[in-house]
Design a protein around this ligand. Structure first.
Ligand SMILES: *Cc1c(COP(=O)(O)O)cnc(C)c1O
Length: 227
């Protein structure tokens, strides 16, 4: 058994525990295997261990891997990194879900490009819930305005929310941020149909699941430390 396969087994067990602890079904927690910086062969190791959804943070790198792996029809890619408006034109039919929509400008560009292509893109809104300066994600005070804009845009379909929390050596320190995200998620669920709360990475996914995450983005714990 290779390292990736073994790592995935361990992660599945840890997800099972965290889900059970919070009275949720383990199969309701979606794993996005973050393959950024790793070659397509590593993606296939994870694929052979049963994973199908992969996360990339750079459009160019993702497009190359998508091309190499195009014969595997059931592999899906998610874009999880900061998105520039000039990259929107490359996105059609490449990403099952874009996690990083954080400003009206990017939705406007999506509307403009995707309306011409008749492409409807599933997206998440990335929230800077901890109000970190210089960090991507919409600020809580600007969230309602962005949400309203997204909901009237007919070529994007809102599927949920995404968080990249502040970095702490002690992941427990983000519990409160995860809670705030869950609250916001529950709030928007009352008037629009959303499915995914994307939060939790290698160091904190159990805490994120305990606080309501149903989509975890795991890189190093699957593939090892990035070079
Ligand atoms: C790299 C990355 C991850 C995965 O981080 P790990 O600590 O390697 O699990 C998750 N989400 C985003 C947005 C990332 O850029």
């Amino acid at each position: 058994m290779n390292d990736v396969k073994r790592n995935i087994e361990i992660i599945r067990e840890r997800i099972d525990k965290a889900a059970t602890k919070s009275w949720r079904k383990p199969e309701d927690i979606h794993i996005v295997a973050v393959s950024k910086t790793y070659p397509a062969e590593k993606v296939l190791d994870a694929y052979n261990a049963g994973l199908r959804v992969f996360g990339e943070n750079k459009v160019q790198e993702a497009l190359e891997k998508i091309e190499i792996l195009s014969s595997f029809k059931d592999i899906k890619f998610h874009l999880i990194g900061h998105l520039q408006t000039n990259k929107v034109k490359y996105l059609k039919d490449k990403f099952e879900l874009i996690h990083s929509v954080d400003r009206i400008e990017i939705v406007q560009e999506m509307q403009k490009r995707f309306s011409k292509l008749n492409h409807i893109q599933d997206i998440l809104i990335q929230v800077n819930i901890a109000r970190e300066p210089q960090k991507s994600g919409v600020l809580p005070e600007d969230f309602d305005e962005l949400l309203e804009y997204v909901l009237q845009a007919n070529f994007v379909r809102l599927k949920g929310l995404m968080l990249i929390p502040p970095f702490f050596d002690e992941p427990q320190l983000n519990r409160d941020n995860f809670r705030k995200m869950y609250k916001l998620f529950e709030k928007i669920k009352t008037y629009t149909d959303v499915e995914y709360l994307s939060m939790g990475m290698s160091d904190d996914f159990e805490i994120a699941i305990e606080e309501g995450s149903n989509m975890v983005r795991i890189g190093t714990a699957i593939f090892g430390k990035r070079g």
